[in-house]
Design a protein around this ligand. Structure first.
Ligand code: C2E
Ligand code: MG
Ligand code: MG
Ligand code: MG
Length: 281
């Protein structure tokens, strides 16, 4: 074999690495084009308050590839972050969401939308000027956008994170800490940032009614959040038992397949009309 004869050392790429390099190159040519050709699409997922109202949605990007079909964000966001393409991609998301919110406003559907923002996007100020410009262009007197930052955003550069949070807040956007509990930030670090809410990661939510460790963690996190005046949003709520535990223990808003999957704007509108009709009774 190659190994026995010493030829193995010339084998630089394993098949697995080859696959990854191939994937990187595929994304490198195609994601840029996707942005130019308008192949990205936003799906919206509602969040439901304790009283059963939907006041806010989360915007989740997907890629409609002619070659591969609908591609989930986990398959291209990290590439976009590494390559820097996340900056124009993030701008597209923000502006597309703003336009959609303006269309909804025309129909008297007044909802806030939370947009995911990567650490890499925070380093340049255009995100604020773009948002301000869009608010002006679309005649918004208030900001209907909230932002979801991950723990890595806060940790990589605390000073920058602090300024960024203040800048978003000054514009009228709420700032939410996404996937809370999965990163390296601690409960004590929460106090340092003027956040509006934390989003409890799905890993705490999954089967929480059966897992005593998750139950303790959820209770502890909610207690700290309440002490710091932060709202708690649970993501990935899939069944009524999880939901019952979370609501009973002080979670303010819930989001998950139990209520609705992320869906295109038109499908969301239909879902919302049905939801309003059902909850009005
Ligand atoms: P995230 O921000 O934590 O979003 C929540 C993810 O959980 C979404 O996955 C959503 O579809 C999924 N989810 C919601 N409810 C349930 C549920 O009940 N069960 C399960 N199993 N999953 C649920 P998605 O849409 O695949 O997005 C994955 C991640 O991609 C997001 O996680 C976010 O980090 C990132 N992402 C999505 N859109 C954007 C974007 O526009 N910009 C940036 N920078 N990142 C984005
Ligand atoms: Mg999110
Ligand atoms: Mg999340
Ligand atoms: Mg998550």
């Amino acid at each position: 074999t190659a190994k026995e004869s010493g030829r193995g050392k010339f084998c630089v790429f394993s098949p697995e690495m080859n696959q990854r390099v191939f994937e990187y190159l595929w994304l490198d040519t195609n994601l840029r084009k996707a942005l130019e050709k308008d192949q990205l699409i936003i799906h919206y997922q509602p969040k439901v308050t304790r009283s059963g109202e939907v006041r806010s949605l989360e915007a989740l990007v997907r890629w409609q590839s002619p070659e591969r079909g609908l591609i989930p964000p986990l398959d291209f966001i990290s590439y976009a972050e590494e390559s820097g393409l996340i900056v124009p991609l993030g701008r597209w998301v923000m502006l597309d969401v703003m336009q959609q919110v303006a269309k909804w406003r025309e129909k008297s559907i007044n909802l806030r939308v939370a947009v995911n923002v990567s650490a890499r996007q925070l380093a340049d100020q255009t995100i604020f000027s773009d948002l301000k410009q869009a608010l002006r262009d679309l005649n918004f007197e208030y900001c209907p956008i909230d932002v979801e930052l991950t723990e890595s955003c806060l940790i990589e550069n605390e000073e920058l994170a602090l300024t960024v949070i203040q800048q978003f807040s000054a514009l009228g956007a709420q700032v939410h800490l996404d996937d809370f509990g999965t990163g390296y930030s601690s409960l004590s670090q929460l106090a340092r940032f003027p956040l509006d809410a934390i989003k409890l990661d799905q890993s705490f939510v999954r089967d929480v009614h059966k897992q005593s460790v998750s139950q303790s963690l959820v209770r502890a996190i909610v207690a700290v959040a309440q002490a710091l005046n932060l709202q708690v949003i649970a993501e990935g709520v899939e069944n009524t038992k999880e939901d019952a535990f979370l609501t009973k223990n002080g979670v303010n808003e819930r989001q998950g397949y139990l209520f609705a999957k992320p869906m295109p704007a038109a499908a969301f509108e239909q879902w919302y009309q049905r939801y309003l009709a059902r909850t009005a009774r």
